[in-house]
Design a protein around this ligand. Sequence first.
Ligand SMILES: NC(=O)c1ccc[n+]([C@@H]2O[C@H](COP(=O)([O-])OP(=O)(O)OC[C@H]3O[C@@H](n4cnc5c(N)ncnc54)[C@H](OP(=O)(O)O)[C@@H]3O)[C@@H](O)[C@H]2O)c1
Length: 386
Amino acid sequence: MLLITDEVTTESINYLLPELQDVGMEERTVRLRNGAQMPRIGLGTWKSPAEVTKQAVQAAVRAGYRLIDCANDYDNEHVIGEALKELLDQGEVKREELFIQAKLWNSNHRPEHVRPDLEATLKDLQLDYVDSFVIHWPMAVPSSGQKVALRPDGCYPAHFSQGTLFPLDDEGYYASDDASHFIETWYAMEDLVDEGLTKSIGLSNFNMKQVREVLEKAKKHLPSVVQNESHPYLQERDFRAFCRINGIVFQAYSALGSADRPWRHTGSITSGAPSTGHEVLDHPILRDIAQRLGRSVAHVVLRWHLQIGGAAVCKSVTPSRIQENIKLWDFALAPEDMDQISNLNVGWRHLLWAETSMHNDYPFKDWLPSDYKLEKPSAGSTAGAK
Ligand SMILES: NC(=O)c1ccc[n+]([C@@H]2O[C@H](COP(=O)([O-])OP(=O)(O)OC[C@H]3O[C@@H](n4cnc5c(N)ncnc54)[C@H](OP(=O)(O)O)[C@@H]3O)[C@@H](O)[C@H]2O)c1
């Protein structure tokens, strides 16, 4: 881990820093360690159906968003590519004004698969490079077999997702690729920066110990971004502080609490309703604050993300909400409001993906119930369950 000690030189301090510069609540961007400015609010695209994603992305860019968060398992990168091409061709935005983030899928962790994965994403996005490319999860899974295939030939061969991304073993449990480890994957990610295919690299769904391992073993490039779940019920204060002192920007996903997560109604102890009894956007305290300020609850939550110095991606396919969610710089939460939201931190994580917890590199073991017994993926899982 990089620590500030007497031995730290001026040069190493420079590379420790972005959030150490103290992101003011009014800043719209945060500086990454490569010098790039990353927008603090971005449009999420998980669960955005392909048929409405093009208009969502165009509405977002027209409303002022510059960060679009993509991933090949969202099965809509090809449509995002169409949206971006039209916006760029029509001169509505310039490529250098955009910040496009994409993710390496679990079946492509083997070093020789990393570049083809990004190349396939770039083809779909109709871009020459992305601004950030993150390892989506630390767990490597097999890249060939009955129910999975390596991009570009099979990951989403006809942009139809079910059953292609999550390999199952003969008994129907998720399978792992135990011979592959994310540090080897990281070295292949580093090469992508040198080849100009991505401006920066990062991590997603890694726990603190795993991020530290990457920091310690990286050879050429350190992580710029960690994209992990965070919202008022999962504030991740220690993790945010850890990222800050190590020069990493913590970017919250499911920033609004992900009320449309596919497993919302499964009733499972590991994936069901929040322990508070309310979805984040329905919490009475947040509703009260919103009502008093004459704003939406989403405004209050996103403004909280900004005022704790954070960055966040939030998803909507509804143009009016997309437009609303970026209007965050004309009001402020009072210290008493911030205190009340602070008290909503109950450690509820919706994306446990507990059925993968047999994997050596599964990140969230500490969040599993002590009596959790490994389950087969159910129909409520994002994909792969047949
Ligand atoms: N790295 C990862 O593993 C990972 C995991 C999860 C998420 N992410 C990223 O983070 C993004 C955001 O997370 P998320 O999709 O889980 O959920 P989210 O952004 O927390 O919540 C999305 C839900 O909020 C609704 N919504 C948005 N704005 C609203 C408003 N103003 N008022 C009321 N409801 C509103 C959306 O509805 P409508 O769409 O119907 O408007 C949708 O149901 C994802 O899309 C993805 O890009 C990454």
